[in-house]
Write a protein that binds this ligand. Structure first.
Ligand SMILES: [Zn+2]
Length: 252
């Protein structure tokens, strides 16, 4: 629900002069309150800067765009054909640019391959994950033996309204758009669960599996980060569908 504030005309003029703070925060932080992604009141900070009473700017908080029902129907049909189990939920209308126009709770990515806990992602993200699991992760599990079968993925994060790596001032994360999944563990029938971990360079099959599924993720996602990418990804694979110029893929 939007609040309607009664603001004197002079203050409205000040507010109207402020640039939008979405999707990228203003380069001049003295002129605007800090980027707000989780509901804090921006007027409650910055007591050093005159004027003493800072008006709350009329922040844009757009509703999620209307879902493309034709595209979603095609996506859902493809997910079903792949054997995924999912439910469509309502849009998530987060603050600012956070949110999804249609949310998919996926509990199974392919026959016999669960994802837990259930997700909050876009349909095309679910589809990319289902293809990755069918074409890359499931077959790679055979390295452990012909009777070993992939049974599940554990995810550590899907939708959350935050900046990249939760760093103040960073750009908005793909997690806030519902296109990102953090995979922490792979589970098997016939082999112990494998948690994503820094590469030990032991030459083990477990390391080979992790490398293979990580490399193969870049066939289906446009961002793949993991151990060694930076200090934030030592214990999970981050995969997302960020859109970049010329279709550039960032796989590290
Ligand atoms: Zn992530």
């Amino acid at each position: 629900m939007r609040e309607f504030l009664i603001i004197p005309a002079a203050l409205l003029l000040i507010a109207a002069g402020l640039p939008d703070d979405v999707p990228v925060p203003s380069p001049n932080p003295r002129d605007t309150p800090p980027a707000v992604l989780s509901g804090q009141d921006p007027a409650a900070t910055n007591s050093e800067t005159p004027p003493p009473v800072t008006p709350k700017p009329a922040e844009p908080d757009p509703a999620p765009p209307k879902p493309d029902e034709t595209a979603l129907a095609a996506c859902e049909a493809e997910l079903k054909a792949l054997g995924a189990v999912f439910e469509r939920r309502d849009a998530i209308d987060g603050p600012g640019t956070c949110g999804l126009s249609a949310t998919y709770d996926v509990t199974r990515l392919a026959p016999g391959i669960e994802i837990r806990p259930e997700t909050e992602i876009t349909c095309r993200t679910a589809l990319a994950a289902a293809h990755w699991v069918r074409d890359v992760v499931g077959p790679a599990a055979k390295v452990f033996g012909k009777d070993v079968r992939l049974t599940g993925l554990r995810q550590a994060s899907t939708y959350v309204c935050r900046t990249r790596n939760s760093q103040p001032g960073a750009k908005i994360s793909e997690h806030a758009r519902g296109t990102a999944i953090d995979i922490s563990t792979f589970e098997f029938d016939g082999h112990g669960a494998l948690s994503v971990m820094p590469e030990q360079r032991k030459g083990s099959r477990e390391e080979a599996f992790q490398k293979a599924v990580r490399a193969g993720a870049c066939l289906h996602f446009t961002t793949v980060l993991g151990p060694g990418s930076d200090a934030f990804h030592d214990n999970h694979l981050h995969i997302d569908l960020a859109r970049r110029n010329h279709g550039y893929r960032l796989c590290q």
